[in-house]
Design a protein around this ligand. Structure first.
Ligand code: FES
Ligand code: FE2
Length: 402
């Protein structure tokens, strides 16, 4: 099949209960993956770390994203900035790893950059003709923050992060996510296409099977407690109603409920996906994020960030109790990684064919259509996938059973 031909996707474009899944080629084709990098990851706001990773001026870290080496630094004025991590002399990565410095010195020939990216010193250049330091700053990448999350956008002409996120803030303000500290990161390489992991995280249909030994045992896990709210902007969300925290296993000690939660935030867990691949779990006492980097058509880097309110992290018994949360996250992540790799192996089978979606998977359908909108450059006007709502997908029940 020609994976870039819009006529190949009529069945995916139908309403949820008539639709087919994306064809297997979308998870295995190099051409489709290259187009996704070009039309999605190079064009949208990508989550790339937390502001609490760079709390003070001069703090920096480096990260490769979608083939671009990046340097994220908090400048002398407190602003978080992003640069391509490539020296303007002969292109070496200026720094590696993470650290704190008053200026950033390239390890190759010692060129020195200020935290705002301007070139401060470059030994050996005094006889080079027509050379002006001012013409050789680090190449900057648009960087904006929301609620402690740092996003970069490689497209200089892109609209603001605020407009990209639409009404996300109005739902999540009550969690005070900017007050949270990421106390632990688990870093994995997973042998699956990035969409496979995102789709998995945005449906709960698999929970009784894949997570039968872990979160499926929690109180309040019934079939009628999941809802999918309407959103405005490039995000979608699933909510699950339950008792207690979703981030510790039954019987394990947890932290107290956060003050100030309102509405459905107070009654369970929100799972938003910020397109294309940033997912959060916001529950009554903590938050975790999934940061996904596409490495190849069949490989991702997955970072599970584990975050608690600052006050909680200062408790004397923090590490002891946090271990219960870490155990739960490690367990469910292993379960999701295993099934995602199994799915990738299955869709890679030579005779694999598209499947059908159930009413339990409206967000899988929304994600796949959002991807097609970008990759094909053709939007389905009849349904607003950017501002997803159940009505848009012709799924009428108030509660979609999961
Ligand atoms: S490549 Fe950085 S100073 Fe030469
Ligand atoms: Fe899962």
């Amino acid at each position: 099949m020609n994976v870039l031909d819009p006529s190949a996707y009529h069945a995916v474009r139908r309403p949820l209960l008539e639709a087919e899944t994306l064809p297997p080629d979308c998870y295995t084709s190099e051409a489709f993956f290259r187009r996704e990098i070009e039309t999605i990851f190079m064009k949208v706001w990508n989550f790339i770390g937390r502001t609490d990773d760079v709390p003070a001026p001069g703090d920096y870290y480096t990260v490769d994203f979608a083939g671009v080496p990046l340097l994220i630094v908090r400048d002398d004025h407190g602003q978080v900035r992003g640069f391509v991590n490539s020296c303007r002399h002969r292109g070496a990565k200026v720094v590696t790893g993470k650290g704190s410095a008053r200026a950033l010195k390239c390890g190759y020939h010692g060129w020195i950059y200020r935290t705002d990216g301007t070139l401060a010193a470059c030994a050996g250049m005094s006889n080079s003709k027509g050379f002006d330091k001012a013409d050789y700053p680090l190449v900057s990448v648009r960087t904006e923050t929301w609620a402690g999350f740092i996003f970069v956008n490689f497209d200089p002409a892109c609209a603001s992060l605020e407009s990209y996120l639409g009404n996300l803030g109005s739902v999540f303000d009550c969690y005070r996510l900017e007050n949270m500290v990421c106390t632990r990161r688990s870093d994995y390489q997973v042998a699956c296409n990035w969409k496979i992991y995102v789709e998995n995280a945005m449906e709960a249909f698999h929970v009784p099977h894949v997570h039968r030994a872990s979160i499926n045992r929690q109180r309040g896990s019934t079939k009628n407690d999941r809802t999918f709210d309407s959103t405005e902007g490039n995000w979608v969300v699933m909510h699950k109603e339950h008792e207690g925290s979703r981030a510790v296993l039954v019987g394990d000690e947890g932290f107290p409920r956060m003050p100030g939660l309102v509405g459905k935030a107070d009654k369970g867990t929100y799972y938003p996906l910020i397109y294309p691949s940033t997912m959060l779990g916001c529950t009554i006492d903590c938050m975790w994020f999934l940061e996904i980097h596409p490495l190849a058509v069949d490989r991702i880097r997955l970072i599970v960030g584990q975050c608690f309110p600052k006050e909680i992290t200062q408790r004397a018994d923090f590490e002891k109790i946090a271990a219960n949360y870490y155990k739960r996250w490690d367990m469910t992540t292993r379960e999701d990684i295993e099934i995602s790799e199994i799915q990738q192996q299955g869709v890679s089978a030579p005779f694999s064919r598209p499947g059908r979606l159930s009413e339990h998977e409206p967000l899988v359908h929304a994600i796949d259509n959002w991807v097609l909108d970008h990759v094909l450059g053709v939007k389905v006007e009849a349904r607003r996938f950017h501002g997803f709502s159940l009505q848009d997908l012709d799924v009428l029940p108030e509660n979609v059973v999961a």
